[in-house]
Design a protein around this ligand. Sequence first.
Ligand code: GTP
Ligand code: MG
Length: 344
Amino acid sequence: DTHDPTSLRTPIVAVLGHVDHGKTSLLDKIRGSAVIEGEAGAITQHIGATAVPLDIISSIAGDLVDPDDFDLPGLLFIDTPGHHSFTTLRSRGGALADIAILVVDVNDGFQPQTLEALDILKRSQTPFIVAANKIDTVPGWDPNEDTPINDTYESQSERVRQRLDESLYEIIGNLSDEGFSADLYWRVQNFQRNVGVVPVSAMTGEGVPDLLTVMMGLSQRYMKEEMEIDVSGPGVGTVLEVKEEKGFGKTVDIVLYDGTIKEDDTIVVGGQNDPIVTEVRALLQPRPLAEIRTESRFENVDEVGAAAGIKVAAPELGDAMAGAPVRVVRDRDLDDVIEEVQAE
Ligand code: GTP
Ligand code: MG
């Protein structure tokens, strides 16, 4: 399961938004698994990373995404918690991302954490689209499971269409108040200049094919140069969580956003005091379409390339910190790498 160094890097997609607006449900719909049922309480406590390969994206998007049109291996989604107390986790996820989905409940509209997320995206200059979620809750809505938005919109009554339009224009107005020029995604010509709004339902899957198509298009079009950087160099990543794992002791869940990490690599990890210098004992990979946060059976891999969510088992990780940098040393000077980790 080795990484092809000539392939493009998988874009990292952060999913941000106010509590209960449907971030996890949306990913859940995409994954076709039921992570949401395994969550403690209604709140997502930690960032999880989920890799969705191109062929699966294409099968969900149907006619809208032809895998032959894309060089990207897929998308790596990072879920973030909407609850107000998780600001650091959100900004960590937002800052890591190449592109983002801002989820807004069509009925609830803009809320405090929606604004906070917009601020993170603005500061990190991350291109994003808005998923106007829960369109199935518009009174009178007649659901058409998993269909593109245009098909289901056309089949709604005049009144229902008007109600949805009103909610969508309110979101567009809110975005404009925050300094973003936005429009319904099919009217957007230049996604660098305008924010596209995609009406979706995480419950019925309506609009999800559109959402994935726009995400693939965004990554392909605007991230390509960045993705084509040599991804075979020493890995660079960020710790999302420090966790005890049966048989491995303290491990770190990381998002690798550049280069590769291999078994036996010497790595430097940001710690509570000094940077930790240690050696990778095992790389534990969640299976595709599995959620790193709930997956207990990992696949042991020799090497992983960016971008990926991966659990790293290594001695002496007890002092590692969520949010800290991780760097692979390999053929570089150890002191230089330690200095870089200290500087981050
Ligand atoms: P936090 O992680 O706590 O910030 O919330 P979240 O944004 O991940 O929201 P979550 O996916 O947990 O959804 C919150 C609630 O909204 C759940 O009860 C979902 O079933 C419901 N929900 C999410 N999306 C939709 C949708 O499109 N339609 C309907 N009807 N309900 C939805
Ligand atoms: Mg959630």
